[in-house]
Design a protein around this ligand. Structure first.
Ligand code: FRU
Length: 465
């Protein structure tokens, strides 16, 4: 499974196209492919990138390695949509072809500048036998025909003093006269932090500005994929604090996706005003690297990777891995972040009762007792969400085919359940979206039976036609 520098360094143009054809043939036989969630054509998908609205369309890129279900040489694959639900693949990826991105076009964001789309991303390079990381922060323009041209100079040449080669994932936003970039970083003392840079001219003059003061330093050893969003007169910061101390911040996934809400962001001090404690963005098994977009229509939208770093998935055997979540609309209600699928997702739901052989369904379940559960099962697999009123605890249990049972528990009030199943992908929304649970569920059949205790359940079909 380990991919050496030769594999990471092999340019896409040097791969035998037969490799892709073989993968396609294998994947065509899969029973596990999702229907309405974005996934790869072949190989691996990870972080959402460059989520934007440009030229009257929604644009969404993702980190991709097409030649196998491993974290190989990364590019940006491109999808567009008119409605945030139906996505079309644009076969004009941004691939590594510069000295400064030779070991991967890593994550980044997009911003609409005077009718052109500017992409800011991390060029990953490894130097010498030690494979020391040297990150460049790079820029590119995309025109209305989706052609991408990279700038011929880096925006930021290297990591700043006191920071290691773990310095990446710029989110660029405009505030006042400046463009600000929020970047994930690791200090030489092995602490995670979010640094900001700024400039007035997006192509030039980027300077280290300040560290973002979040009100906590519990960012582990590296904060990946920082994102700042504005909604309901408040601010939310979403990031992935790898190795955060679990005594102060509970999570069970190998790496967490976290958020903090605050009354405001003071750009002069680069400090959150009245920040909340750090919380988990999602209580499920696979959710990471979430990106937000303050859309021109005023909504704050988000999309996350349904997958985790450093994790193997059963679909790897089939030559593909990873999906993106449905696009969610974020709000801050009574100080809590809420996430709900954008209203456009309702068009997926058919007013037609789903059966056990329908692998894409929307399930609405309402409790009528203090103990209830909703159970999806196949022969050697299940996904079970249950609630116990006595200690106000939710439990989500998952058994994928051939694997042991994994469990997640979290506190919260009783609530109805809004459940989207897309073959092997699920998204669960409870408490009005105050709690979400997202992940993969590898079942072993052509059907997933739904049963429940102390709940009334309604199942509708989902179609993405
Ligand atoms: C997060 C991440 C980013 C990086 C990208 C590489 O999953 O590690 O920090 O830019 O993936 O694919």
């Amino acid at each position: 499974k380990y991919w050496n520098i030769d594999r990471l360094g092999r340019l896409y143009k040097d791969w035998d196209p037969e490799v892709l054809k073989k993968l396609e043939t294998k994947i065509a036989k899969s029973h596990w492919r999702p229907g309405y969630h974005i996934t790869t054509q072949t190989g691996l998908l990870n972080d959402p990138n460059g989520f934007s609205y440009f030229n009257n369309q929604w644009h969404l890129f993702y980190q991709a390695f097409p030649y196998g279900a491993v974290h190989g040489l990364k590019s940006w694959q491109h999808m567009v949509s008119d409605d945030l639900v139906h996505w079309k693949f644009i076969d004009k990826p941004m691939v590594p072809d510069l000295y400064s991105d030779r070991n991967g076009c890593y994550s980044g964001s997009a911003i609409n500048v005077d009718g052109k789309l500017f992409l800011m991303y991390t060029g990953n390079t490894f130097e010498g036998e030690e494979m020391a990381r040297h990150p460049y922060q790079l820029g590119a323009w995309m025109d209305a025909d989706n052609n991408i041209s990279k700038l011929d100079h880096p925006l930021i040449e290297s990591e700043p003093t006191g920071v290691t080669g773990h310095f990446r994932d710029p989110q660029v936003i405009k505030h006042g006269d400046y463009y600000y970039a929020f970047l994930g970083a690791q200090t030489v003392d092995n602490a995670g932090e979010i640094l900001t840079y700024r400039t007035k001219d997006i192509e030039n003059g980027w300077e280290l500005y300040k560290k973002l003061d979040l009100g906590t330093d519990n960012l582990g050893y590296m904060a990946e994929c920082p994102n700042v969003g504005f909604i309901d007169g408040k601010v939310v910061v979403i990031f992935c604090p790898q190795g955060a101390d679990k005594h102060e911040f509970h999570y069970d996934n190998v790496h967490p996706n976290a958020y903090i809400v605050a009354d405001d962001l003071d750009f002069d001090e680069m400090k959150l005003i009245n920040p909340s404690e750090m919380k988990q963005l999602d209580e499920g098994f696979d959710y990471y690297a979430t990106q937000v977009l303050n859309a021109p229509d005023g909504r704050l939208l988000s999309v996350g990777w349904i997958g985790l770093p450093d994790t193997e998935y059963l679909s790897d055997q089939e030559g593909w891995e990873g999906e993106l979540s449905m696009v969610r609309e974020l709000h801050i209600e009574n100080g809590d972040l809420t996430q709900r699928p954008v209203q456009e997702c309702k068009q997926l739901i058919e007013e037609d009762e789903a059966s056990d052989t329908d692998l894409q369904k929307h399930i609405e379940a309402a409790p009528f007792d203090e103990h209830f559960n909703l159970n999806l099962e196949s022969e050697d697999s299940y996904l079970r969400l249950s609630y116990d009123e006595s200690d106000q605890e939710w439990t989500l249990k998952r058994k994928n085919v051939g694997e042991d049972v994994s469990i997640r528990t979290f506190k919260g009030e009783a609530s109805s359940i809004d459940f989207y199943l897309d073959n092997t992908v699920f998204e669960i929304y409870i408490l009005g979206g105050t709690i979400t649970m997202t992940g993969q569920f590898f079942h072993d059949g052509n059907e997933v039976r739904v049963n429940s205790e102390n709940m009334s359940v309604k199942q509708n079909k989902i179609s993405n036609m």
